[in-house]
Design a protein around this ligand. Structure first.
Ligand code: ARG
Length: 559
């Protein structure tokens, strides 16, 4: 229920649009005054009356209904009280009825949205830098799907480039099958790192040849490359499973190699290509940007060339309504450039490409030992969170059954939530203690609230029906208002491409529920009060579970 919309549409103020009224509606300084207050000062000029008189008029003409139970006028403000009984009835029965679907809608019906995310690089570390794209993209996928969109998740693998020639050369000199199979991606990365520090000119030349062999379709070189790719994918898949992430396509950069020529031809035909120092470029000076490089002087394609081909391919294949690229803000310019090139090519759908940029994640504990050099592997961060979660749970509740499994759920949740809680464009410092705190703004706090709600329901024996005439008190009403806001919250998160909106909502609802829990008895009550409170507890558990699920986080029954 959108009260602001309801009130603003019902009020007819001459010369003022309902949208304008909705924007003016605010929370009164204290909830005794009402739930929404409308300041009338702005209307004085249009209506040629004093704000006090306008507020009086509005109060007198407003007819209360199932949503608004009381209207008062005070010092130029109109205060509206919402019908708490009516709201409680409609929200709680809706949650009971909709269950795991509460908050969903069919807003996106018939529309396809591509979410390109994670996009790891073959044979390179899956490091902490990929955490945000992976969990933000994963959450957007789930949120959009919940809103009825047809979502296609694409992992735009970094599987093309001269580094694969280097890797083959390093493998031939220093590697063998056994070593790579045992060491998985770490062994491959070691070879690559070693090449970069030890390769002489001869090996560099060899690497260039190997890369050329891959491009020319040489069987052995391609077999090796495919093998490295397989090992990388097997490794990252385990992490994706842990993070509850899935993809519908792993079409990476290499997939577009044979799809670039038509795009290059079209650029030529539309007179957009220019030669500059032997290279082919699209001049973007007019738009205040450096040129977009399409072909190097040796004829090789570039990152942007492959992205142009990918965008065209995706439009033809999926006919998307939106195509989201969840990629770090460091690549802002790259996206601006190739979006502009598509626009210059006359692709009207270029406006539907969205760069969902996010900030950097760094570890507070910079000294953390990493297996390989300076990069922090995501796997290590996850393992460490799981271990720490185990220690925290063991200390709090040593006799808990299934501790190992619960620690995993809590640890993974902390990794995801830690990367999602802040508005995505902010740089964040990841702190193990902070993300695993039971008290802070964390998934652990939300999960713990769920476990509490669950235990209340189990203790009650769970036989209650929502009473028809129970008037909620202040704490209960706060929870109800928050529950009612969930569907709109999910829609807002999708509109802003901002999963943190859902994360913050979950913490806020959990806080309101805990306030209620501290101030109101539940199982020691009787009759309607008890039934109502159990219904409220059940609906809160359901809504928190739905919210966390959208972020890829599970809820343990006990903690
Ligand atoms: N693989 C790249 C990286 O790790 C990200 C790819 C982003 N997506 C794109 N369509 N350019 O930096």
């Amino acid at each position: 229920m959108d009260y602001k919309q309801h009130i603003s549409e019902k009020l007819k103020i001459e010369g003022v649009q309902p949208e304008e009224i909705a924007l003016l509606l605010a929370l009164p300084p204290n909830s005794d005054m009402g739930d929404y207050a409308l300041p009338c000062f702005k209307f004085a000029k249009i209506l040629r009356k004093s704000p006090v008189a306008i507020a009086e008029d509005i109060k007198n003409s407003y007819v209360c209904d199932e949503f608004i139970s009381e209207v008062s006028a005070v010092n130029g403000y109109v205060n509206f009280k919402i019908n708490k009984l009516g709201l409680a009835q409609s929200v709680l029965s809706r949650i009971e009825k909709e269950g795991v679907r509460y908050g969903s809608s069919d807003l996106g019906k018939g529309k396809t949205v591509i979410v390109e995310y994670s996009s790891v690089n073959v044979a390179k570390p899956f490091h902490i830098g990929h955490l945000s794209t992976t969990v933000i993209g994963g959450a957007l996928y789930k949120i959009l799907e919940f809103l009825g969109y047809n979502v296609i998740g694409i992992n735009h693998l970094g599987d093309y480039g001269t580094q694969f020639g280097k890797l083959i050369s390093a493998y031939k000199h220093w590697g063998n099958k056994q070593l790579v199979e045992n060491g998985e991606i770490h062994a491959i990365n070691d070879l690559y790192v070693r090449f970069n520090s030890e390769a002489d000119e001869e090996m560099q030349e060899e690497a260039r040849n190997y890369f050329k062999l891959i491009e020319d379709g040489d069987e052995e070189a391609n077999k090796l490359f495919e093998w490295f790719k397989e090992i990388t994918l097997a490794y990252v898949s385990k992490i994706y499973d842990k993070l509850n992430i899935k993809f519908d396509s792993y079409a990476g950069e290499r997939f577009y190699i044979d799809k670039m020529q038509p795009v290059i031809d079209e650029l030529k035909q539309k007179n957009l290509l220019k030669t500059s120092e032997g290279a082919q470029i699209v001049d973007l000076e007019e738009f205040g940007m450096p040129p977009c490089l399409i072909l190097r002087s040796d004829g090789a394609s570039l990152y942007a060339t492959r992205d142009l081909a990918a965008a065209v391919y995706r439009k033809n294949t999926y006919d998307f309504y939106k195509c989201l690229y969840v990629v770090a803000y460091q690549q802002n310019l790259h996206f601006k450039q190739f979006f502009k090139v598509l626009e210059l090519m006359g692709k009207e759908w270029a406006k539907d490409l969205v760069h969902v940029a996010y900030g950097m994640v760094s570890l507070e504990d910079g000294s953390m030992s990493t297996r390989k050099g300076k990069v922090v592997w995501l796997e290590d961060v996850i393992n460490r969170c799981e271990q720490k979660a185990y220690a925290v749970i063991d200390e709090k509740n040593p006799s808990l059954e299934n501790k190992e499994q619960i620690a995993k759920t809590v640890g993974i949740g902390a990794v995801i939530f830690g990367a999602l809680y802040n508005s995505k464009i902010k740089d964040v410092t990841f702190s193990y203690d902070k993300v695993l705190s039971f008290e802070g703004e964390t998934s652990v706090y939300v999960q713990y609230t769920c476990a509490r709600a669950n235990s209340i329901l189990i203790k009650s024996g769970q036989n209650y029906a929502l009473p028809k005439n129970y008037q909620p008190n202040a704490e209960e009403s706060e929870v109800i208002k928050s529950l009612a806001a969930f569907p709109q919250t999910v829609a807002d998160a999708a509109e802003k491409y901002e999963p943190s909106v859902v994360a913050r909502y979950a913490v806020d609802l959990a806080q309101k529920f805990n306030k209620f829990y501290i101030n109101c008895k539940i199982n020691s009550e009787t009759g309607d009060t008890k039934s109502f409170r159990l219904a409220l507890t059940n609906s809160t558990l359901q809504t928190l579970t739905n919210a966390l699920k959208l972020l890829g986080i599970d809820v343990p029954e006990k903690m």
